[in-house]
Design a binder for this molecule. Structure first.
Ligand code: NAD
Ligand code: PRE
Length: 283
């Protein structure tokens, strides 16, 4: 089996590691516009061969794991190059613009739109983690538009690396993911900004950053090259989500200004139920 990974960063690299573990007979080819990433991926054993995009023509699988703006141009090129038995999947954090970009492509039935809900704040092949996808959800969109026998092959691969599958429409995915992922990143970036603007001494930040600050600011370490095109592609939903978030922040501030501590207590208590929801999911 021949698998191509186009974009051998955190997600592509982690896929490469897991695929090599579960299918030891597979040869993993890497394609990346950044020569250093290709060399790192080879040195880390994440890929077997550094290659070019044109090589995808006789691949069994092609995984496209580039920033979502790049996916809009690279994905149609990959579909132009492949044969009728190749299955292509893409892992970007937005789904509607990507599905639209290939909606009328003659090889649309070779494509499966996915979003693995797994990752970290780090980028590049050196950030790749073995087992990253174990027990995590893979959101699949418009599955009915993928040829049935190719769907089956892709699902086998996702299950082999430990993922559970959830089907969603692209627009619904983008709406929900604005709340579940995009908002937390903006919130973390702006938390980081607020602290950096005020706390001018690095030693003070270092000495006083407890695990509370560390966990809420973690996402502010994420890559602007990955996130700017996500916010651009999901702009309308993200703006709507931010409006709701800002309104909640303002409400909290108003309660504090008016010293309504009973209401503050109740606000926090009602949100505590997130604990049961998340604990239930982790079981
Ligand atoms: N990081 C996460 O937590 C996470 C989780 C799920 C999905 N995603 C999605 O996965 C995709 C990849 O994210 P990542 O975290 O692996 O990013 P990354 O920056 O670690 O990797 C992206 C790779 O794509 C390469 N690349 C950029 N332009 C290219 C081009 N024209 N041709 C070939 N390679 C190119 C980069 O050099 C880099 O190696 C993104 O679409 C992102 O939205 C990320
Ligand atoms: O845990 C993290 O660090 C992540 O950013 C992972 C995360 C998320 O928001 O949960 C980030 C982007 C994705 O598209 C999917 C997963």
């Amino acid at each position: 089996m021949k698998i191509y990974i186009v974009g051998i960063g955190l997600i592509g690299g982690s896929m490469g590691m897991d695929i090599k573990t579960v299918y030891p007979e597979v040869t993993v080819y890497g394609v990346d516009s950044n020569e250093n990433h290709l060399q790192q991926a080879l040195a880390l054993g994440v890929i077997d061969v550094a290659s070019e995009l044109e090589g995808v023509s006789d691949a069994d699988f092609v995984i496209v794991s580039v920033p979502v703006d790049v996916a809009l141009t690279v994905l149609p090129k990959v579909l132009d190059l492949i044969g009728e038995n190749t299955i292509v999947f893409e892992v970007g954090s937005t789904k509607a613009p990507i599905c639209e970009a290939v909606a009328n492509h003659p090889r649309r039935r070779n494509f499966i739109a996915t979003h693995p809900i797994a990752g970290t704040e780090f980028s590049g092949p050196s950030a790749a983690i073995a087992g990253l996808f174990q027990g995590k959800t893979n959101i699949i969109c418009e599955v009915e538009r993928t040829a049935f026998k190719l769907q089956e092959k892709a699902l086998d691969l996702f299950k082999a690396i430990g993922m559970r599958i959830r089907y969603m429409e692209p627009k619904s995915h983008d709406k929900h993911i604005a709340y579940m992922s995009h908002l937390s990143h903006i919130s973390s970036f702006m938390l980081g900004k607020t602290v950096l603007n005020k706390e001018k001494h690095e030693q003070d930040i270092f000495d006083m950053a407890g695990s509370g600050f560390e966990s809420t600011v973690r996402l502010a370490k994420s890559s602007p090259a990955m996130w700017t095109p996500i916010f651009k592609q999901n702009r309308k939903q993200v703006v709507k989500t931010l409006d709701e978030y800002i309104s909640n922040l303002t409400h909290f501030k108003d309660l504090l200004v008016s010293e309504d501590y009973d209401a503050i207590y109740e606000e926090m208590e009602s949100v505590n139920k997130i604990k049961e929801i998340l604990n239930g999911m982790l079981k």
